[in-house]
Design a protein around this ligand. Structure first.
Ligand code: AMP
Length: 313
């Protein structure tokens, strides 16, 4: 049943048109594991510094997330990211990235983590993603995320990681950049040709799409009146998506489609407040209610064209 995630566990400094925070809990593995914890047991692989305190660990503990493989380097500093969003909340502008303790991190998975059925290689150096991938060789379903920072600096290492996973979950700009192809459908084909059996493209406020060699499925994003901080939306989506899959035996296309909706539901809550604030106090009932709204929002009746034309006469 269990789901493993490797990724950044971070302190973020974020500014959006609606406010700012100088230091809040963030990181790809953090947002992912909080979302996934609503569906399954989650284990985090990563590293933090001595500045990572009881307050931060409590966030993981509250949601029952296993941090046995979250290494602490007492004299080190936790990964730090500073970003800014302008009125286009879909685009994060990175102002500073300090790898800190991640620069020398060598992931060593415990025996329990190595047995995970599903794994998510969250956004972090692609070489680390590969090291973890090799340690969960028997996993049934492994997904990967990455970002422009790595595609720009180490594209070959990113491709190497892509070849080793079942699913790639990235945003549209990253897919175009990775494939070197402006037409999204062609970029998707190129990425799928490298080996993954599915590709999930996140499109911010426009939703998300699932590509497989045989099928295409798309979901809108939940129409929110107020968005405070998009940081972590992508990882929260991935957490809902993978968490839902981890709770199911069959990972067929129908299950993946529902997982896309759960990913969208979780992400929609995440952006309502800064950092992890909203997801921390999210409830199962709230998730269920928004899932039903998605069903209503995307449902339509099929009426044969002939009937529509007859009505016009
Ligand atoms: P997203 O879900 O794409 O909004 O991811 C946001 C999170 O990614 C933030 O909480 C950051 O701490 C983290 N992040 C930003 N840049 C990097 C990077 N280069 N490597 C790993 N994590 C990062």
């Amino acid at each position: 049943m269990s789901l493993l995630v490797v990724g950044s566990v971070a302190f973020d400094a974020v500014e959006t048109p609606f406010g700012k925070r100088e230091r809040m809990l963030g990181g790809s593995a953090t947002h992912f594991s909080l979302a996934a914890s609503f569906f399954t047991d989650v284990r985090v692989v990563g590293v933090v510094g001595g500045d990572f305190g009881e307050e931060e660990f409590a966030v993981f503990r509250e949601r029952g997330i296993d941090t046995t493989d979250l290494e602490i380097v007492p004299g080190g500093r936790t990964f730090f990211w500073r970003g800014r969003y302008d009125f286009d909340l879909n685009t994060a502008h990175t102002l500073d990235t300090r790898l800190n303790v991640f620069a020398d991190f060598k992931p060593k998975l415990s025996a329990d983590s190595r047995r995970a059925r599903l794994a998510f290689l969250g956004n972090i150096q692609p070489d680390l993603q590969v090291e973890v991938r090799e340690q969960v060789a028997g996993a049934e379903f492994v997904a990967l995320d990455t970002m422009n920072y790595w595609i720009n600096t180490v594209p070959d290492a990113v491709w190497d990681a892509v070849r080793r996973v079942h699913v790639v979950i990235i945003n549209d700009a990253e897919a175009r950049q990775l494939a070197g192809e402006p037409i999204l459908i062609k970029a998707a084909r190129k990425i799928l040709a490298a080996g993954p059996r599915a590709l999930v493209i996140k499109r911010g406020e426009y939703g998300a799409a699932l590509f497989t060699p045989e099928a295409y499925f798309a979901t809108p994003a939940y129409p929110l009146e107020s968005v405070f901080d998009p940081t972590g939306a992508g990882d929260t989506f991935a957490g809902g998506f993978m968490g839902y899959l981890a709770a199911h035996d069959s990972l067929d296309e129908a299950t993946m489609r529902r997982a896309m909706i759960y990913g969208s539901v979780l992400a929609s809550f995440n952006v309502e407040e800064f950092g992890t604030e909203r997801v921390r106090r999210l409830t199962q009932d709230e998730i269920n209610a928004r899932f039903s709204e998605f069903k209503r929002m995307t449902n339509f009746e099929e009426i044969p064209f002939e009937r529509a034309v007859r009505a016009r006469r």
